[in-house]
Design a protein around this ligand. Structure first.
Ligand code: NAD
Length: 350
């Protein structure tokens, strides 16, 4: 298969491309504008492969996207490029609307033109997979789970821009017949996550001896999924998923933020002990809550489990240990990706 991946220099996109090159025979073309969140350092292990190509292109650039579709002739597109950080969307929403809404619209239009020009089996088998978030469903109380039928109720500029893009993707299926699919996934964690999201922020702040910021009382609940499990689910969907369908993806790992922070501190206490008697937990500092902070997200992933045979392989306990170990061994990557373009003092929590 020939697959276009957008946003392949980001956290999840790079995990997906590393997995495709490592574990399949597919060819990949990565379209990425390389914003502050996109780093080719995350793709060093695949950059020499003759099945990997990179195009430094903005997904809003219709002319370039048209050129790439016609030159590369993909069998599928996996669309991950996005502005992805909720705190940044609260500070400034314009780029979120531009990339997440207009960029998705540009890709849909260009994919439609390309797909209409295909013939026979290639037209039937073409797939457009749009990668989205569970945040489009809003927030849950103490009980219940998001299913594929849960009504949309996005509450942040980020989640509303992703919800808008999901609606566009569904409309291009219903109106034009474009074979689109959508996945809505819970919070990812793992290696190569840019140090502005909760888990890398906590690890790095702890190691730097700085305050570890936790929003509110730390009781907000998120469902955590190891990034390779997400990448594996996306590959299942692009190969076996049905056009017009939505698949929720989640890890069955509901944790309060404070539980996650405690787990990281306790693991670091074992791996990189501080002076006798001191704990990384002493660095935790509760900060004013994020405006509109959703209380709880939890995913019912039974559809993808039953229909496509996907289940997560990594437990939270082993995944978080692997992730912490990776950051300990890759401080160079953290320094490289934050150099010149990021104020480390401004690191927020996810
Ligand atoms: P990320 O911020 O790490 O990476 C986004 C990538 O998109 C970067 O490489 C960036 O350079 C690129 N990009 C941004 N704007 C672009 C543009 N206009 N043109 C081309 N490239 C552009 O994000 P991520 O965490 O890897 O998330 C990937 C996708 O998965 C996003 O669509 C996000 O909404 C979705 N998602 C993320 C999570 C999560 O926990 N991180 C969970 C569910 C869904």
């Amino acid at each position: 298969m020939k697959i276009i991946v957008t946003g392949g220099a980001g956290f999840i996109g790079s995990a997906l491309i590393r997995m495709i090159i490592r574990e399949t025979g597919h060819e990949v073309l990565n379209i990425d504008k390389l914003t502050y969140a996109g780093h080719l350092e995350s793709l060093e292990s695949v950059s020499d492969s003759d099945r990997y190509q990179f195009e430094p292109v903005d997904i809003c650039d219709a002319g370039e996207i048209d050129r790439i579709f016609n030159d590369f002739k993909p069998d599928a597109i996996m669309h991950l490029a996005a502005e992805s950080h909720v705190d940044r969307s609260i500070d400034g929403s314009a780029e979120f609307v531009r990339t997440n809404v207009n960029g998705t619209h540009t890709l849909l239009e260009e994919a439609k033109q390309y797909w209409l020009g295909l013939g026979g089996i290639q037209k039937e088998e073409f797939r457009f997979l749009h990668v989205s978030t569970d945040e489009v469903y809003g927030e849950l109380g103490d009980e219940g789970f998001f299913t594929e039928e849960t009504p949309y109720d996005p509450r942040s500029p980020y989640s509303s821009s992703k919800a808008s893009s999901d609606h566009l993707v569904r409309a291009w299926h219903h109106t034009y017949g474009l074979p689109t699919m959508i996945t809505n996934c819970s919070n990812n964690y793992g290696p190569y996550q840019f140090p502005e999201k909760l888990i890398p922020v906590v690890i790095l702040k702890a190691l730097q001896g700085k305050d570890i910021p936790v929003y509110g009382t730390g009781e907000n609940v998120r469902d955590w999924l190891y990034v390779d499990d997400h990448a594996r689910a996306l590959l299942k969907v692009v190969i076996k998923g049905l056009p017009g369908e939505t698949y929720n993806i989640g890890g069955h790992n509901e944790k309060q933020n404070i539980e996650v922070v405690h787990t990281i501190c306790d693991t670091l206490n074992e791996l990189v002990p501080k002076d006798a008697g001191d704990s990384y937990r002493d660095q935790i500092s509760f900060v004013t809550d994020r405006p509109g902070h959703d209380f709880r997200y939890a995913i019912d992933a039974s559809k993808i489990e039953c229909e496509l045979g996907w289940t997560p392989e990594e437990s939270f306990d082993s995944g978080i240990k692997k992730t912490i170990q990776w950051y300990l061994e890759n401080i160079d990557w953290c320094e490289a990706v934050t150099e010149n373009n990021y104020d480390l003092e401004r690191l927020g929590t996810a």
